[in-house]
Ligand binder design. Structure first.
Ligand SMILES: N[C@@H](CCC(=O)N[C@@H](CS)C(=O)NCC(=O)O)C(=O)O
Length: 229
């Protein structure tokens, strides 16, 4: 398999974690990314494969797929063991729902923090507006973390075994860390879950690569990575 990924692409890194957890060999092609120009110039293969022009793109023989969720579903069907989806229909649906919560709901306030890793605008007023937006987003992220803490409950896990939802939520919380969002300390069970996943080689490798990519590509962010062990 061939995966088109990006150094700071949280969706492509979701797929990388799944591939590593399933011990599937793959060739990784990193598309170019800078804070100044984003993904431009676009990778030509990605442009042809994905009408949205986005990574991840997975090629498996004649099959070319885009969108991390579709790719994860394919990997689950094509390479079922070790499973990254629960067994029962209800739990599988709950897993898909939680993955979507991460990918489409948690991403919203995170986007309001992303300016922090890019070049600082000259206009101080614009910067102050961004900072106000970030403060509001931080409150929303803290509320989301509290909700996730409730879902985790005393059991401290979303499902009996590792799932695509764990991967998606981990990526969002990792990005919250790198962007200097709220610490997880207010939700100890979520923090413990995050720390436990960080010990798995697949998660640790991606976390460390992203941290390294930040050192090379991003502006330093005050208070970044507060909960890193
Ligand atoms: N829903 C898509 C989102 C993919 C996505 O947003 N990819 C970003 C990188 S994390 C990208 O390629 N952005 C470039 C762009 O949107 O122009 C997925 O899950 O794969």
């Amino acid at each position: 398999m061939k995966l088109y990924s990006g150094p700071l692409s949280l969706y492509a890194r979701k797929v990388e974690i799944a591939l590593r957890e399933k011990a599937i060999a793959f060739e990784r092609i990193m598309v170019s990314f800078t804070q100044e120009a984003g993904y431009r110039p676009r990778n030509p293969v990605v442009m042809v494969a994905n009408p949205k022009g986005q990574v991840p793109v997975l090629q498996d023989g004649d099959l070319t797929l885009y969108d991390s969720t579709v790719i994860l579903e394919y990997l689950e069907d094509a390479c079922p063991g070790p499973a990254l989806m629960p067994a029962t229909p209800a739990e599988r649906a709950r897993c898909r729902q939680l993955e979507l919560y991460a990918d489409e709901v948690m991403i919203v306030p995170l986007r309001a923090l992303m300016y922090r890793t890019g070049p600082r605008p000259d206009d101080e007023q614009h910067w102050a507006e961004l900072e106000r937006g970030a403060a509001e987003a931080g409150r929303e992220i803290a509320a989301q973390c509290a909700r996730l803490g409730q879902v985790l409950g005393e059991r401290g896990r979303f499902f009996d075994a590792l799932s695509t939802a764990d991967i998606a939520i981990f990526m969002m919380l990792l990005f919250n860390q790198r962007l200097g969002g709220p610490s997880l300390q207010a939700t100890p069970n979520l923090m413990a879950w995050f720390a436990e996943l960080s010990l798995r080689p697949a998660f640790r490798a991606i976390r460390d690569e992203i941290r390294q990519a930040d050192l090379q590509l991003s502006k330093p962010v005050d208070g970044a990575y507060p909960d890193m062990t």
